[in-house]
Write a protein that binds this ligand. Sequence first.
Ligand SMILES: O=C(O)CCC(=O)C(=O)O
Ligand SMILES: [Fe+2]
Length: 235
Amino acid sequence: MSLQALAWQQMRRIAWRTLGNAKERGMESLNTPSFRQKGFVIYPGLLDRTAQESLVVALREVLKVAPLVQPVTASGKPMSVRMSAAGDYGWISDRRGYRYEKQHPNGANWPDIPPAVLEIWHGFGGMPNSEKRDPECCLINWYGADARMGMHQDRDETNFDYPVVSISLGDEALFRMGNVERGGKTESLWLKSGDVVVMGGAARLAYHGVDRLRFRSSTLLPQGGRINLTLRMVT
Ligand SMILES: O=C(O)CCC(=O)C(=O)O
Ligand SMILES: [Fe+2]
């Protein structure tokens, strides 16, 4: 086993041990065996402060080439989250609708996904192919004080065999998890900076959203706010 794989195995053990905190954080129901069977796994505090800071440094470089944009829906309604991306594809929404595109709206190719981000993706076992493909999209969501994301499924990808891996940086966010069909009972938990969520299996197509932020609950981003990275296979 490589040194990196060994380090990750160790980190995962630590993450599972921290599940003792999960109760205070509203995670107890989401981290029950039945939820895990459904493919929804939270790794609270998987990334320590140093790892979070180096991700932010790398993301600033990405955002110089691919600045955050405020997407609008097909009907022209602005979304409250600002977005950019890295990798082969970025997810965009404008008056023509939403879709994956190979270029930023400014015409430039999306920058490469930073190695530190790829390392997180590859740190999880259970990816369907042994070929170890890199994710094709690292969506970068930036939430300001009043931003939110309505309940939705991630279903614009071709291949649902790969999980979605989601990394939280900065202010805490109230994440809501629903079902594979719209409606029904939902469960909520606060995602903190350094938490990583994996949605695979049945949870890959479950409805989810972000209700609100605890603005300035973290000191990671000097201006406050939250960055969420979503890693996905697209094709
Ligand atoms: O910000 C989050 O935690 C979730 C983001 C999300 O669901 C998405 O980008 O599809
Ligand atoms: Fe999503």
